[in-house]
Design a protein around this ligand. Structure first.
Ligand SMILES: [Fe+2]
Ligand SMILES: [Fe+2]
Length: 204
């Protein structure tokens, strides 16, 4: 009787949380979404997952000797970093800057993004042709490590203490990431083609 009553309340009031079983039935029906594991919508968890992904790609770069593998890893690193930085700058940073009335952390992080973009422009689409290329990736990796450390040890703990709705922020970030991914992938492809043409023509 109590169960039947609860079910009927849930049916008429959408604010009432669904039970675990009704939730799993609902998600099981969405077969296309079932292909990918559910991603956390928490803004900080999304950013931390991006940081780990890029750190893993840099670690793989450090181990590989294959030029073509290095080139594809760098393309992936640049695409991921570029999407990540844009989402931070458009959504996450402005929200926490306002919530914290911050005049230091966000401006400094934004300047670091600009430096990273300069470093990325030096390697995107280029052939991994020796020690200077490897040196640029090494410097980029150290720079990313430093930037990530500041975000994770200073910015994120402060952001967590605000009353910002991290789920709402995260949901907007995920939508923007999906919008940016095809654009950034196409852009990386164009940069690669242009770099190959310049290489073939001997233009530095
Ligand atoms: Fe950042
Ligand atoms: Fe970040």
């Amino acid at each position: 009787m109590a169960t039947a009553k609860r079910a009927s309340v849930a049916k008429t009031n959408p604010a009432v949380k669904k039970t675990a079983s009704s939730k799993s039935v609902a998600s099981a029906k969405k077969s296309p979404a079932a292909k990918t594991p559910p991603q956390s919508q928490d803004a900080i968890a999304i950013l931390r997952a991006d940081h780990s992904l890029v750190s893993g790609l840099f670690a793989e770069f450090a181990k590989t000797r294959s030029g073509s593998r290095k080139k594809s890893l760098v393309a992936q690193i640049c695409t991921e970093l570029s999407i990540h930085a844009q989402v931070e700058e458009e959504i996450f940073y402005p929200a926490i800057k306002a919530a914290l009335r911050d005049k230091e952390l966000v401006p400094e992080a934004t300047v670091e993004h600009a430096t990273l973009k300069d470093l990325m422009a030096q390697v995107e689409g280029k052939e991994p042709d020796g020690e200077m290329y490897d040196a640029k990736i090494k410097v980029m990796s150290e720079y990313v490590k430093h930037h990530v450390k500041e975000e994770q040890t200073e910015m994120f703990p402060k952001a967590r203490k605000t009353n910002l709705d991290m789920k709402e922020l995260g949901a907007r970030m995920l939508v923007r990431k999906e919008e940016l991914r095809p654009l950034k992938t196409a852009q990386a492809h164009r940069t690669g083609v242009m770099a190959s043409i310049k290489d073939a023509m001997g233009i530095v």
